[in-house]
Design a protein around this ligand. Structure first.
Ligand code: G6P
Ligand code: MG
Length: 220
């Protein structure tokens, strides 16, 4: 029986996935690397420093920077990203999210957030939804990032539930793999192609219907 939802943040609760992309694209341009939206799919769900490493590799510059310089570049990206998220208000919840959170509350489900982002708590506060979640996994406490299932184990643990009692919702390929490996029912938001490993997928957050997801998960 489903008793909880473990949600990714960027691209699920709010569309910060777009801001991450814009900030990375701008940083990449400054160091002579071009990235596009297709490449960006690989960055979704991946930590700041690992994302930078993938970008450097993509541009053939993975040997060009010291660890210190990489930290500096990742910091620059985060500074630009923060100028985007400063402006977030409750109006920036993804379409359908307000209803989903409300429906979940009415159904007595517990909610947690499983995001690799160190900016997650700030964003949830700006959206004014933080108190609707029982817990937010601290990315600093993780040994392994997505696609490792650790973050979803922790998301369920924060709710006092087993992974089998939860539904995980993600927009990243790495995130879907993490949910699946945690033994949780996975719901993907995105294109059929990028969400092919999901147990159930919808093209946008507006289609995330609680009843339907529970029915799919309980009849898996
Ligand atoms: C999420 C996003 C990634 C981002 C990561 C770290 O997983 O999908 O695009 O790189 O969080 O975010 P941060 O805010 O800590 O740089
Ligand atoms: Mg995401």
């Amino acid at each position: 029986m489903i008793k909880g939802l473990v949600l990714d943040l960027d691209g699920v609760i709010t569309d910060t996935a777009e801001y991450h992309y814009l900030a990375w694209k701008s940083l990449a341009e400054k160091i002579g690397i071009d990235i596009d939206r297709t490449f960006n799919e690989q960055l979704k769900g991946i930590s700041r420093i690992e994302s930078l490493e993938l970008i450097l590799e993509h541009g053939g510059k993975d040997q060009s920077y010291s660890e210190e310089e990489k930290e500096m570049l990742a910091g620059k990206k985060n500074d630009e990203y923060k100028t985007f998220i400063e402006r977030i208000t409750p109006a920036d919840l993804c379409p359908g999210m307000e209803k989903l959170l409300l429906d979940a509350k009415e159904a007595g489900l517990a909610l947690s957030v499983a995001s690799a982002s160190k900016n997650a708590s700030t964003i949830l506060e700006q959206l004014q939804v933080k108190d609707q979640f029982t817990g937010v996994v601290d990315p600093n406490s993780l040994k392994n990032g997505k696609p490792n299932p650790e973050i979803f184990y922790k998301g369920a643990e924060l709710l006092g539930l087993s992974p089998a009692e939860c539904i995980g919702i993600e927009d990243a390929e790495a995130g879907i793999d993490a949910i699946n490996d945690a033994g949780m029912f996975s719901v993907g938001v995105g294109s059929k192609e990028s969400m092919k490993a999901a147990n159930y997928f919808v093209e946008n957050t507006e289609e995330l219907d609680l009843k339907k997801m529970i029915e799919k998960a309980e009849n898996k």
